[in-house]
Write a protein that binds this ligand. Structure first.
Ligand SMILES: Cc1ncc(COP(=O)(O)O)c(C=O)c1O
Length: 375
């Protein structure tokens, strides 16, 4: 009643979570295969994460980025450890903010070099967020409509169509930004050969390769960062969602040389990377590191079980999977909810599955039983 009506909410009120299960106010149990849209990496009530958050809340929630923050430094070291080369990190609070910062960093990088390059090539069906920069990077009419004029400087191409990338290329192009699996766009996977060509083009033309790992990052697809499946070497990646395990935190990781374009005062955030967020992130990243083989194994099992349903095309990797149907899937989401399974429908016809990374084979079987009934 007092909220803006920006969300179409499903008719259930969750009041508690435990492991991979959620409970509503009447005590009904639901198996969660959405994780707050790829956020709750360790599920609900994880003892280690809860303990770290409680302890940090007692010690110190927040100071400001005017002061040293040991937790930021430690979390940055972990994120860079999984990057392909020496890197530096900027912390913010969300995916949109991370992408906004990446857009600024790309522009600033060429400014520092004295080159008038500011445009980015992004992809149809991609999703990068709702702020002006990230929304302008999001080549979807339904996201942009009514908010024009957009931020200038974006040229759109089609995923897996290299000719369309060449067509979008201009002398002012600064970089190419993409998701290796488009999440909101319907679990659309970029092909390895296409990605390689994009990277080669970036090298040849001196463009920055920016990979939005907001949904795919932090283990979701079975590698710590999803670009690692393709042997890519991006200049900038952006993170959020799963990084804090439910505590809001986002990050930009950039190759050291690129990161140096941000100087004292170039960019900032009051809350970005505060003690609580980084302490939570630290628990998540360390645990996810050990979970990677588990994610690959359970993801593969889940994929097989989805294939066996023979209900549509199975898409995605690891624990970021989609089932593309021939029909609208919003009713199926409602039916699944009645049966005690939380899933989501994206791009109208794609059932999307993003379970907590700690999900096990027995939970996959439970989800498949429900899906078989509702499909
Ligand atoms: C790939 C990708 N980038 C960016 C965003 C925006 O993140 P946030 O909602 O945290 O601003 C999302 C959110 O769904 C996303 O999936």
């Amino acid at each position: 009643m007092f909220l803006m009506e920006t969300y179409k909410r499903l008719p259930v009120k969750f009041v508690r979570g435990e492991g991979v299960y959620l409970y509503d106010e009447k005590g009904k149990r639901y198996l969660d295969f959405l994780s707050g849209i790829a956020v709750n990496s360790l599920g609900y009530g994880d003892p280690e994460l809860t303990e770290a958050i409680c302890r940090q809340a007692k010690e110190l929630l927040h100071v400001s980025n005017l002061f040293e923050n040991p937790w930021q430094e430690e979390l940055a070291r972990e994120l860079v450890k999984h990057f392909w080369t020496e890197g530096r990190v900027f912390f913010c609070n969300s995916g949109a903010e991370a992408n906004e910062g990446a857009i600024k960093l790309a522009r600033r990088y060429f400014y520092e070099r004295g080159e008038k390059r500011y445009r980015l090539i992004t992809f149809y069906k991609g999703f990068h967020g709702r702020t002006y920069g990230s929304m302008s990077a999001t080549a979807q009419e339904k996201i942009q409509k009514g908010f024009e004029p957009l931020l200038e400087g974006f040229d759109y191409a089609e995923l897996n169509n290299f000719d369309s990338v060449l067509k979008a290329l201009k002398k002012e192009t600064a970089g190419i930004m993409l998701e290796v699996i488009q999440g909101e766009g319907g679990i659309n996977e970029a092909e390895a050969e296409f990605l390689q060509k994009v990277q080669d083009l970036c090298r040849k033309e001196g463009l920055l390769l920016i990979i939005d790992e907001v949904q795919t990052g932090i283990g979701r697809t079975g590698k710590f960062y999803a670009y690692r499946h393709f042997g890519l070497e991006p200049d900038i990646i952006t993170l959020a969602k799963g990084l804090g395990g439910g505590v809001p935190v986002g990050a930009i990781v950039a190759r050291k040389e690129v990161s140096e374009a941000f100087k004292e005062g170039s960019h900032g955030s009051t809350f970005g990377g505060n003690a609580l967020a980084c302490r939570a992130g630290l628990v998540v990243v360390k645990r996810v590191e050990g979970l990677l083989p588990h994610i690959e194994r359970v993801g593969e099992y889940f994929r097989q079980k989805l294939e066996e349903l023979k209900a549509g095309k199975v898409k995605g990797r690891g624990l970021m999977l989609g089932l593309e149907l021939e029909r609208d899937c919003s009713q199926i989401v409602l039916r699944a909810l009645e049966e005690g399974l939380v899933i989501n429908c994206t791009a109208q016809r794609v059932l999307r599955f993003l379970p907590p990374l700690v999900v096990e084979e027995k939970h996959v079987e439970e989800a498949i039983d429900i899906l078989r009934r509702v499909l």
